[in-house]
Ligand binder design. Structure first.
Ligand code: SIN
Length: 523
């Protein structure tokens, strides 16, 4: 099989959520030539698309200082204050200038045609812009609609990144060893032709989103298999804070709901968590009650469920709010109704699920990773903003801010020079004898990864559980790596290889850190 298709660009953006697309558009505005690749056949498919709650902006009686305090508080003392300052001072301006004025995102307004600000857990002010309960969809669709205006953006959907191209690792020249390690693009699988193509880029941005799908229960879409974390790790970039996996307290408890998120904005509008027999319990656990940080709420729910032998608790909005629930939360209303739950009348059965990785590929305040010419933005990146636990609705904002800042930084330093000779970088080599993939084996490997992560590296961890997880995931990883070398390459195989590696990274980071903090709770 031939694998000699090549592409060239100034910036390769891997991933097409808010971070990747804001970076691509900003870089194109600054005159750079951009390629975007995304593994799904639809460019819109991303974590961003499913975000419900909203994006932090500046509320009416708000200030950057108040937002910084809330971020630091939620992050349990280890949020990066410099990152918090950037988000609080620059972020709201970018929402207005980039998302609203340039891209044309339409956020919900009140009867006086002013923006309607929502509230979520641990926010001291109403400051969250939203588009009913489909904020991510509104943002993603507007960003995607903007792309055809740019001749210098090529968007390739149905292309799965296999590995970052790095020198000296991928160079045939023995002298490359003396060069500083550097990212020069990626090998990508064209899902349709099943060939691996080379994309050579002066700079590469990882914007691949999250890792929720390494857990049994998650709010994340199927694409969130931890690809960017694994690729960066293989390429030698530094990852930090990987033990801080945020569990969202409220996803719909129903066998067919697949982790459907019930936005925290419901609690922002007064909804309360109750036991199955109708007793509100959050005031017992936190002075902030139902609006406590997510880690505290998830643990409180877990405690109540264990104590009572229940497998869910209720979230009751019907008894506590004055608002028109159906109008404010139309998607949640419809999805629950499809399961015979009328949220205007009855409480919603909910359970926590893996939601967000607070850690990731370490980046500086401009999105630079520890590997030369590799940047990262969005959930895959760790700016330090989220510390040990992310403040609600800051993730879209962080993706936006670091997407734009990365583009600006690159445009400011780009000199057009190529640090490699293309002839030194070989085309992808398929194994001589290719083994066909048995989907039943892949599925079983995923079941093992997800249930190990859920049971041993979940909301409440112990050293023994984590040791078991490290051993079991380590064994699986060796087996998957071995099989990968012979396997017929497909998106399914690539995702499994990345998922198991990312799971091991999370398990190891969790075992190494014996201090309970934020989303990492170890008994
Ligand atoms: C939600 O709507 O509850 C999710 C928002 C977020 O994760 O920031």
């Amino acid at each position: 099989m031939k694998n000699d298709e090549k592409h060239y660009c100034d910036i390769l953006v891997i991933g097409s959520g808010i971070a990747g697309l804001s970076c691509a558009i900003s870089a194109a505005d600054l005159g750079l030539d951009v390629i975007i690749v995304t593994k799904d056949s639809s460019i819109e498919e991303s974590n961003t698309f499913y975000a419900q709650g909203g994006i932090v902006a500046r509320g009416r009686d708000d200030s950057p200082e108040l937002l910084i305090d809330d971020i630091m508080q939620a992050g349990d003392g280890i949020s990066n204050p410099d990152a918090a300052k950037i988000v609080a001072f620059e972020g709201p301006g970018m929402v207005e200038d980039f998302l609203i004025k340039k891209v044309g995102v339409s956020f919900s307004r009140n009867v006086d045609n002013e923006f309607e600000f929502a509230r979520e857990g641990s926010h001291s002010r109403r400051r969250i812009l939203h588009s009913m309960d489909m904020t991510g969809k509104a943002i993603e669709e507007a960003l995607v609609a903007k792309l055809p205006e740019y001749k210098n953006i090529r968007a390739y959907s149905g292309y799965t990144a296999v590995d970052l191209l790095t020198i000296p690792h991928h160079s045939k020249s023995p002298l490359a060893l003396y060069k500083e390690p550097q990212c020069i693009g990626a090998y990508v699988l064209n899902n349709r032709t099943e060939r691996v193509e080379r994309i050579f880029s002066s700079y590469t941005i990882l914007a691949t989103g999250g890792l929720g799908r390494i857990y049994l229960h998650t709010t994340n879409p199927t694409v969130a298999t931890g690809d960017g974390f694994a690729m960066a790790d293989r390429a030698g970039a530094r990852l930090i804070n990987m033990e801080y996996i945020q569990f969202h307290p409220t996803t719909l408890f129903h066998k067919d709901a697949d982790g459907f998120l019930i936005s925290e904005a419901l609690r922002g509008e007064g909804a309360k968590l109750k036991t199955k027999d109708g007793i509100p319990f959050m005031d017992k656990y936190s002075p902030l009650g139902d609006l406590a940080p997510r880690d505290e709420v998830s643990r409180a729910m877990y405690e109540e469920m264990i104590k009572r032998g229940d497998n869910y608790v209720y979230l009751d909005i019907a008894s506590y709010t004055e608002i028109n629930v159906k109008k404010r939360f139309p998607m949640i209303y419809q999805r629950c109704l499809a399961h015979d739950i009328d949220i205007q009348k009855v409480p919603i059965p909910v359970v926590p699920a893996a939601h967000y990785s607070c850690g990731g590929v370490q980046v500086d305040l401009w999105g630079k990773t520890s590997l030369k010419c590799l940047y990262a933005a969005g959930e895959v990146a760790a700016t330090g903003l989220h510390g040990a636990n992310r403040l609600a609705s800051t993730s879209l904002l962080e993706g936006l801010v670091w997407g734009i800042r990365s583009a600006k930084d690159i445009a400011g330093t780009f000199d057009g020079n190529k640090p490699y000779k293309e002839s030194e970088i070989p085309p992808w080599q398929f194994p001589e004898r290719i083994e066909e993939v048995d989907p039943a084996l892949i599925q079983q490997d995923w079941v093992s990864i997800k249930s190990t992560m859920w049971n041993y590296v979940g909301i409440i961890r112990t050293v023994r559980r984590l040791q078991r997880a490290r051993a079991d995931i380590g064994y699986l990883k060796n087996r998957v790596d071995d099989f990968y070398r012979r396997a017929h390459l497909s998106p399914m195989v690539i995702s499994l290889r990345n998922g198991v590696r990312t799971a091991r990274i999370v398990a190891e980071a969790s075992l190494k850190n014996r201090v309970s903090r934020g989303a990492h709770f170890i008994r």
